[in-house]
Design a protein around this ligand. Structure first.
Ligand code: NDP
Length: 294
């Protein structure tokens, strides 16, 4: 296979996640970068030594990465790049996307001899910056094995979860669980605060008890009680993931009253709050309760 000793890489989408992930890659491999807003690619080159290129030039890479908002943008980028792509290229998509559309993108890429993995990321911006992300990947085993050592540059946990589309499906369910925890903890904490319990002490107790979660341990104190709500994972992106999860549930036909419901809650929150960090849904509940937790 082409250039496998030190593969040449390309990264499309230097957003909140893509920027640090591509940074880890550029420190270890020759890495071409392209971003819709070119100034981010130039800043990336200065910070990490990557090489900004014109759009079509990313097709020179042996392994090409995307980290875009939805599978729609990935599909459009793939269609635009199709004439330039070379057989033997591996496309690793780090977008949290749609299983069905990703399978359609993979079919188009296969027409050019390009293989594809839907390899979703978890761990947030902090995990990406620290090089401790989680990857859940769907696709052919040989493509996964080719990708694994490169992804190890920025991931502490890399799991091949199944065939094409299953990375996206697992990620959608994971993020629905994040949403359930976030909403439920906000409801519970509000009730406690209203009744005079100190929010930080309640959180300290919960974090040493059976109700703890990533939300309670790593998000709630740092973002909600601190009142910082730093916008690193947009509420709109989480709502998008909940829509994907709803379609995964629909396709499976299994009972899921809670996961279906949480999507409705977050859609209301998105309409009420606009473009904010996902943890700001706690603010909506505070507004309804007339109480602040922080
Ligand atoms: P951002 O909004 O920060 O970045 C999006 C990137 O996509 C930017 O580089 C943007 O370019 C580019 N982009 C948007 N639209 C287009 C387009 N039409 N054509 C080309 N490029 C485009 O998103 P995140 O980095 O937060 O998220 C990216 C993906 O990763 C999403 O699917 C998200 O759900 C997922 N994710 C996010 C996590 C997080 O904590 N933020 C955690 C795990 C997964 P430009 O700079 O020009 O705007």
């Amino acid at each position: 296979m082409v250039g496998e000793a030190t593969p040449k890489l390309a990264f499309i989408g230097l957003g909140a996640m893509g920027y640090p992930i591509a940074g880890h890659l550029a420190r270890r491999y020759p890495t071409l970068v392209w971003n819709r807003t070119p100034s981010k690619a130039e800043a990336h080159a200065k910070e990490f030594g990557s090489q900004p290129v014109a759009f079509a030039q990313v097709a020179q890479a042996d392994i090409l990465f995307t980290c875009l908002p939805t599978s729609q943008e990935v599909h459009e980028v793939a269609e635009r790049l199709l004439p330039y792509l070379r057989p033997g290229t591996l496309w690793i998509d780090h977008t949290s996307g749609e299983p069905d559309l990703a399978r359609r993108t993979a079919v188009r890429l296969a027409e050019r001899g390009v293989s594809y993995l839907d390899a979703c990321l978890s761990g947030g911006v902090a995990g990406a910056v620290q090089g401790r992300a989680t990857v859940m990947a769907g696709g052919a085993p040989e493509d996964f094995e080719r990708a694994r050592p490169v992804m190890a540059t920025y991931a502490a946990k890399i799991v091949h979860v199944g065939p094409l589309g299953s990375g996206h499906a697992v990620k959608a369910v994971n993020n629905a669980l994040l949403a359930v925890n976030l909403w439920a903890l906000s409801e519970g904490m509000l009730a406690l605060v209203r009744q005079g319990v100190d929010a930080r002490l309640a959180l300290e107790a919960i974090n040493a008890s059976s109700g703890r979660s990533n939300v309670s341990e790593n998000l709630f104190g740092q973002r909600v009680l601190s009142r910082e709500f730093p916008n690193t994972f947009a509420l709109g992106l989480l709502v998008k993931d909940l829509g994907i999860c709803a379609r995964v549930l629909e396709a499976a036909g299994t009972p899921a009253p809670m996961l279906r419901q949480v999507r409705e809650f977050f859609e209301v929150a998105r309409r009420e709050l606009g473009e904010v960090d996902h943890t700001a849904v706690a603010r909506l509940l505070e507004r309804w309760a007339g109480v602040e937790m922080g």
